[in-house]
Design a protein around this ligand. Structure first.
Ligand code: S3P
Length: 438
């Protein structure tokens, strides 16, 4: 744990300039998947640059409760001996981790022992029918009294399924594909949009027969196989964490910042495409590959942005970046309109309503819409006190907003930044931001 992660309040002052080269912690989505797949693979896996953060530690704890032997070689290097899962003595606590509970539910549906999956009050409010319905169509035995967690899963024989997903969600897709490993015949998911494909990439690297049935990768078939080979990988940097630093540097005059070793999987780079289309000066260098994913260094220079319309597939490719995009849109000239993004309302919080309400406290004018928002810029934020609502991406977006206020700002309930970005406060300070954590 870094100093800032113990602090629950960030005080921001304008006037700092962001410069230099930094790295961000390992990708959250890949870290969840690596912990789970290493625990079901037979043998010893080694995972480097693993994200040691609130959400992923919850997943790791669950895998330990399920009998995986986990050794920490250092904070971010894990050795996991898997392949012999057994019933947990207590309910599995996934805390705030939506990815953790939904993907693990897919795996647990295929085990020959029962499990109970639960989490924080916040997680209990999030919709689980989107996974329990397709898993039940596969034959899974899941009890969820409220449509949310706790989920009580009992052993059941799973059959292959062809499922057309009503929402473009990588969590739903992954839960079905992971359950498909334990089914009696192939399982096919048809997704409406290109949701992140880390599960598919990782399963393929473990020797699972999984294929895309069309050129856009929207239809995916997995063939049953419950003997996975162990993993050896280095997790690339998380583009969703990098996004806060990139937007901050774009908005703060004279800034020039490089974030190195970032995952550039095309299902995740919607934010870069959108910022470029808004006029951002972005250069990608040092392209390579890590863990079966494309990576590179992203360099940004402070830029005058202009408004943009966003909808359709781009929304899926940047689903976690809308809170920080709202901050960018406030400084952009002209109108920014986001449509077809109603999924934002069922994240850790209702991210449209919460961001609009908190940014208004800093003086912003935002038109909230059912499936998105409209912002007319540029607007100068004044300052004030805002709250992170126990939602990491809200807390970090508000922190960046605080840096571009005229008078400064205070973000309370900010410790949740550590759910996905341990060291967020120190990283910003190290780049030159005027941030005090207390
Ligand atoms: C994730 C998928 C996304 C994203 C979440 C991580 C994943 O959720 O918002 O932060 O790792 O699969 P949905 O699949 O529900 O859109």
């Amino acid at each position: 744990m870094k100093t800032g992660d113990r602090h629950n309040q960030f005080t921001l002052r304008p006037g700092g300039v962001l410069r230099g080269a930094v790295t961000v912690p390992g990708d959250k989505s890949i870290s969840h998947r690596a912990a789970m797949l290493a625990a079901i693979a037979r043998g010893r896996s080694e995972i480097r640059n693993w994200l040691a953060a609130g959400d992923t530690e919850a997943t790791l704890g669950a895998m330990r409760d399920l009998g995986a032997t986990i050794e920490r070689l250092d904070t971010t290097t894990l050795s996991i001996v898997g392949g012999a899962l057994r019933e947990s003595a207590s309910p599995l606590n996934l805390m705030n981790a939506g990815t953790g509970i939904r993907l693990l539910a897919g795996i647990m549906a295929g085990q020959d022992f029962p499990s109970v999956l639960d989490g924080s009050a916040q997680l209990r409010r999030r919709p689980m029918k989107r996974i329990t319905e397709p898993l039940e169509l596969m034959g899974a035995d899941i009890e969820s009294r409220t449509g949310g967690c706790p989920l009580r899963i009992r052993p059941a024989a799973l059959r292959g399924l062809t499922y057309e997903m009503p929402v473009a969600s990588a969590q739903v897709k992954s839960a079905i594909l992971l359950a498909g490993l334990y089914a009696d015949s192939p399982t096919t998911v048809i997704q409406p949009g290109p949701a992140r494909d880390h599960t598919e990439r990782m399963l393929r690297s473990l020797g699972v027969d999984i294929k895309e049935e069309d050129a856009e990768g929207k239809t995916i078939t997995v063939f049953p196989q419950d003997r996975l080979s162990p993993l050896g990988l280095t997790v690339p940097g998380d583009i969703s964490s990098a996004a806060f630093l990139l937007v901050a540097a774009l908005l703060i005059r004279d800034s020039e910042l490089t974030v190195s070793g970032v995952n550039l999987n095309p299902t995740r780079t919607g934010i870069l495409d959108v910022l470029e289309a808004m006029g951002a000066d972005i250069t990608i260098g040092n392209r390579g590959a890590e863990a079966g994913e494309p990576i590179g260094d992203i360099r940004v220079k402070a830029s005058q942005l202009h408004g943009i319309e966003i909808g359709g597939e781009t929304v899926v490719r940047m689903i976690d970046e809308f809170p920080i995009l709202m901050v960018a849109a406030l400084r952009a000239e002209g109108e920014t309109v986001v449509r077809e993004a109603a999924e934002l309302r069922v994240k850790e919080t209702d991210r449209i309503a919460v961001m609009a309400a908190e940014l208004r406290k800093l003086g912003a004018e935002i038109e909230e819409r059912e499936d998105g928002f409209r912002i007319l810029g540029p607007q100068q934020l004044t300052g004030g006190q805002v709250d992170g609502h126990d939602d990491h991406r809200i807390a970090m977006s508000l922190t960046v907003a605080g840096l571009i206020t005229a008078e400064g700002a205070v973000v309370t309930d900010a410790a949740c930044a550590g759910d996905s970005f341990p060291g967020f406060a120190e990283t910003l300070q190290g780049c030159g931001a005027l941030l005090a954590a207390s």
